[in-house]
Ligand binder design. Sequence first.
Ligand SMILES: Cc1ncc(COP(=O)(O)O)c(C=O)c1O
Length: 320
Amino acid sequence: MSTAPTLNSIRAAQERLRGVIHDTPLVSSQSLSEAAGVDLKFKPENLQVTGSFKIRGAFNKVAQVAESGARGVVTASSGNHGQAVAWAARHFGLPARIVVPTTAPAIKVASAEAFGAIVEGYGTRSRERMDRAHAVAAELSYAFVPPYDDAAVMSGQGTIGLEILEAWPDVDTIVVPIGGGGLISGIATAIKESRPDVTVIGVEPEGAAKAYRSREAQQWVELPSTESIADGLITLSLGKLTHPIIERYVDELTTVSESQIRKAFWLLLTRLKLVVEPSGAVTAAYLFAHGRERLAGRRVAAVISGGNVDPAFIHTCPIE
Ligand SMILES: Cc1ncc(COP(=O)(O)O)c(C=O)c1O
C-alpha cells in the first residue's frame, strides 16, 4: 500500500465521502478581510460532521478496511480523531475501540461513547496508548486507524483542498493548521498536483513548532515537549510519512502566539458567529497578525479545522 496520497487517491476519497459528510461552504466577512488586509474566505470544518475535518480521513480509512473485511477498528485518540473513527465505524456497522489516557475529560469520552465506541482508559503517555491500541488490534483482529501518518487518512483530509479549488478557482493562497501533519499533507498534495501556482502555508503554535523546527534543521525533529491551548496541534513531531510531503509541497511554515489564537477565537465568534476550537483558529490568528504585511492583495482561504471547544474557554479570551 502506498505511503503518500495522490491526486487520484484524493479524488477517490471525495467519491467515498460524497453524500456522507457536509460539503462545507466558503464563508467571508468584509470586516475580517479588512482586519487581515487580504481577500479572505474561511473553510469552516467546525461545521463538519463530528465537529472537525477528522471525519474525512477517518471515514476514508474505515471505508477501505471495512471493504477488506476488518472485524472492527481501534485508535488511540481522545480528541477529534477518536470521535471521527467512532462515527465512521458506526456508519459501517463495525465495532470501535478507542484507547484514551486515564486522565481524559469525561466530555470527550462521552462523545465517542455516544457514537457507540467502547472507550478504554490506559496510561497517561501517548506512546503507552499507541502500544495498547496496537495490542488490542492484534488481540481482536481489528484494523488500527492512525490519526495522520497514513495515505488513506491523508487522502481524506486532502478533499478539503479539492473543495476549496472548486468553490473558489481564483484562490491563490491556502492556510492550514499543522498537528501531526495529515491535514496539510492531504491538502498540499491536492493543491500542488492540480494547481501548483497556489501557495500553501502551514501554521503551528509557537509552543509546538515541530514542522518549523524540522525545516530549519533540514531533518525530522522531535521536540522534547510542547505546550499550547491548541490541543490538537501539540504532537511532539510530524509523522515520518507527513514530514517529506510537507517538505515537498508546503511553501511556507509559520507560528502564532497564544494571545493571537485567543484574539482570533474571539473575532471568529463575534464577527462570523463561528464557534471554533483553538487548533482551528491558528490560521485566522496568523492572518490577523501578519496578513497585511506578508500577503497584501492575495486571495486567501483559511482552513478552520474544528469547533470542539470547552465553552469555558471563552472566559480566557480578550473581549474587544
Ligand atoms: C481541530 C484540529 N485541527 C488541526 C489538527 C491537526 O491535524 P493533523 O494532525 O492532521 O496535522 C487537529 C488534530 O487533531 C485538530 O483536532
